[in-house]
Design a protein around this ligand. Structure first.
Ligand code: MOS
Length: 758
């Protein structure tokens, strides 16, 4: 039985919203709660006698802890405990290597497991006090001494140590090849060979990573955590601490951004649970902005792309190699190069992918992991090739348009990329573009237009969804899904409301609790296809059930009727075009003497069908830059992003996702990089003063267009494909290419800061 969990305060659409259908622009149902502060985040939940933990961060990159002086901290006002590897609770499970569901190959970092230091910024102690301020003060009084070992954090100095990651994380395909790319490259008349470099980038969601553990007298823990999956973290806590499932509930009803950083449990969760177990009380641990630079990141990446073509523009060879860093503990995998074998028709393709182990925390997925950098390299190289061939960059992409996947010859489930090219180019005015660089100027600024293609996977996972209709006419649909700001609450409620023919405000979609029916992590742009498909499935089952109940009613108008002649509309079921036969859904229940009916649906991908197709979302990104050559400053004044991502459920939240991702793409292209001082193996600019992200002043016109697409291979129920990541892919390449068009300067590393322009 799945019922409403009052503590989740699940948002519902305002009265009067009424009928909705897919494709409509619907404001988010959680919007009001978020902007009024009614939505509570992990660090805002409270409990009687709550204590506060502050993390002490290590200062060396590699070695071991030789001593921790805690006397000053322990005697400071309000301090309850200082937990270190020496006095942490001894739990058998914790001392055996354990993994989270989303861990790559290897053995995950375990906070306070031992005296060993694996990376700079590693948590070495948790100071717990009766107030946050007392804990923060005492944390400064903890003195840690170390024995240092020689560390390595420099990617470009260690490329020769790269190896193929083993084993590949589930769901990742190792890069493959076709034809003889080396030979074809040598033989071809026109070629390009380029190397690319991308520095480390850190996720900087608005909400800090935080955990509040609320401990009941019987020891049960309700854990409010910033995560992209309550169930992953519930499972992790159980595994790490040897606690049975019914001892731990994890909740994440509101998440203030994460995009990848919340795919795995972060160390404040582990430490908060450790403290709650040791001290037998409720605990909150919030990381600082600086500490949010001390777990996963988008890895530093080196790439080499070679393209060869005939004078008519037809590609003869593509080779793409990538090497990025990982940690000593795990082989983090994001297969940077795979999309280069999927996008353009070519008989000779060779892809290579390796990692180098460094003394860092493992990288973690960040929006469009792998593609964000990989497609940047491919698409800048395509632009270079276009200039060599003297062919318009868009035309070159059209010449090499792949109708089937060049690597395995499978057809695409749907691929309306050509529509993206057409609609995007038209909207942008691409046809007016002079081909020569440095041919547009406006005052002090050189103007350039660039474009790139984007591609990302279309994933479907497994989920369970429950749909409960109550006699008062309210529908409650539940799954342990997540809304990291993407619009899950809204879109799922829309899918249910449309399927059941109910006004949106009568539908509650409940998520964010590990006890709800199983849902996957909110990642890989898969929530709509997976959870949304499940919502649709559960509602269809519910309709069948309601129809049967209606047929059994005394003097039923539905007797002898077939369900296909019945429609669900405005909270009723009725014979098609016979409004006088309308029966309120609540009435059906009431007259059957029951107060609720529940149906559950198990959503699984149509594996057999899917296997015959290549499944991807596509985009075409066009942009205008203005470059001040004297100051080296770049402004991205116009972006048109045309996306083909299956059927769009909510035009507003989908467009917001894409334009948000374009903002991030601009940020990535021009601003974001975490710099390491290799003498210390430490990220130096770990704050918003020095790690720059795009702000309002950096963002100008962004226009999002969706191509018409309906993909029943990826999503039988909805025809959707997912829009979460595609919006960022290709943006930085389009900007690089526009800067070349403006200035004649080819830049192959991001961020493109003024020093590189000058
Ligand atoms: Mo995403 S990087 O799959 O949250």
């Amino acid at each position: 039985m799945t019922d409403l969990i009052p503590e989740l305060r699940t948002p519902v659409a305002p009265e009067g919203t009424g009928r909705v259908h897919s494709g409509m622009a619907v404001s988010r149902v959680d919007g009001r709660a978020k902007v009024t502060g009614a939505a509570k985040y992990a660090a805002e939940e409270s409990a009687p006698n709550l204590v506060y933990g502050v993390v002490v961060s290590g200062t060396i990159a590699k070695g071991r802890i030789t001593g921790i002086e805690t006397v000053d901290a322990l005697t400071a006002h309000g301090v309850v405990a200082v937990i270190t590897h020496l006095n942490r609770p001894k739990i058998r499970a914790y001392d055996i290597a354990f993994k989270d569901m989303t861990a790559p190959g290897g053995s995950p970092f375990r906070p306070l497991a031992s005296d060993k230091i694996f990376y700079s910024g590693q948590p070495v102690a948790l100071v717990v006090a009766s107030s946050f301020e007392a804990a923060r003060h005492a944390a400064q009084l903890v003195k840690v001494s170390y024995e240092e070992d020689k560390h390595e954090t420099d990617l470009l100095a260690t490329l020769d140590q790269a190896y193929e990651p083993r084993p590949m994380k589930a769901g990742f395909t190792p890069p493959s090849s076709t034809g003889d790319a080396d030979k074809a490259f040598e033989a071809a008349p026109v070629k390009v060979e380029s190397q690319f470099y991308h520095g480390v980038e850190h996720h900087n969601p608005m909400e800090m990573f935080a955990t509040t553990v609320i401990r009941a007298d019987d020891g049960h823990m309700t854990i409010y955590d910033k995560t992209q999956s309550s169930q992953n973290n519930r499972w992790y806590v159980s595994r790490a601490f040897g606690l049975s499932k019914n001892k731990v509930t994890v909740r994440n009803p509101y998440v203030g951004g994460a995009f990848g950083s919340g795919l795995r449990p972060q160390y404040q969760l582990t430490l908060a649970v450790m403290a709650a177990l040791q001290l037998k009380c409720s605990v909150r641990v919030v990381l600082t902005r600086q500490q949010m630079f001390s777990f996963g990141h988008r890895p530093e990446t080196w790439q080499k792309v070679r393209l060869a073509a005939n004078p008519d523009g037809k590609l003869q060879a593509i080779t793409h190699d990538a090497i990025h860093e990982t940690s000593r503990l795990e082989d983090y995998v994001e297969v940077v190069v795979n999309w280069s074998g999927q996008l353009y028709a070519c008989d000779n393709i060779k892809l290579g992918y390796k990692v180098v182990a460094h003394d860092r925390h493992s990288p973690i997925d960040m929006r469009a992991p792998g593609a964000a950098h990989g497609v940047h390299a491919l698409e800048v190289a395509m632009d270079e090739l276009a200039y060599k061939l003297k062919i318009d960059p868009l035309e070159l992409r059209r010449i090499n348009y792949a109708e089937r996947n060049p690597l395995d010859d499978k057809p695409y489930s749907t691929k309306e990329l050509s529509q993206c090219y057409d609609k995007g180019a038209q909207r942008f005015g691409w046809a007016d573009r002079p081909i020569e660089p440095r041919s547009m100027r406006d005052g002090d600024e050189l103007v350039g237009w660039g474009m790139a293609t984007g591609i990302w996977d279309s994933l479907v996972m497994v989920a369970r969804v429950s749909a409960v209709l109550h006699a008062d006419g309210r529908l409650v649909v539940s799954s342990a899904a997540t809304d990291i700001g993407t619009g899950t609450y809204t879109v799922m409620a829309m899918i249910a409301a449309e399927a059941m023919g109910m006004p949106l405000e009568q539908v509650t979609f409940q998520l964010g609790d590990s006890t709800l029916p199983m849902a996957p992590i909110e990642g890989g742009s898969s929530h709509v296809t997976t959870v949304g498909g499940g919502v649709h499935g559960a509602c269809e089952k519910l309709q069948k059930r309601l129809f049967k109940l209606a047929q059994d009613m005394p003097d039923s108008r539905m007797k002898g009727v077939r369900q296909k002649d019945v429609v669900f509309q405005d909270g009723t079921m009725m014979l098609r075009n016979r409004p006088e036969t309308a029966l309120r859904l609540g009435e059906v229940l009431a007259s059957s003497g029951i107060d609720r009916v529940e149906e559950k649906y198990l959503m699984t991908p149509q594996m057999l069908k899917q296997r015959k197709f290549t499944r991807a979302v596509h985009s075409a990104v066009f942009c205008e830059v203005r470059v001040n050559e004297k100051l080296g400053m770049v402004r991205v004044t116009r972006v048109v992003s045309a996306v083909a991502a299956g059927r769009i459920i909510n035009a507003k939240t989908a467009a917001s996702q894409v334009s948000g991702a374009v903002v991030w793409g601009i940020s990535q292209a021009l601003h974001e990089e975490s710099f390491t001082d290799h003498r210390f193996g430490r990220f130096m600019n770990h704050n918003f003063a020095e790690y720059h992200v795009a702000t309002n002043a950096d963002i100008h016109d962004i226009e999002v267009i969706f191509a018409e697409e309906d993909d029943r291979i990826v999503s039988k129920q909805l025809g959707a494909k997912g829009v979460g990541e595609i919006g960022i892919v290709g943006v930085s390449a389009a900007i690089s290419n526009a800067i070349f068009h403006a200035t004649g300067k080819r830049l192959r590393s991001t961020p493109i800061t003024p020093d590189k322009i000058l």
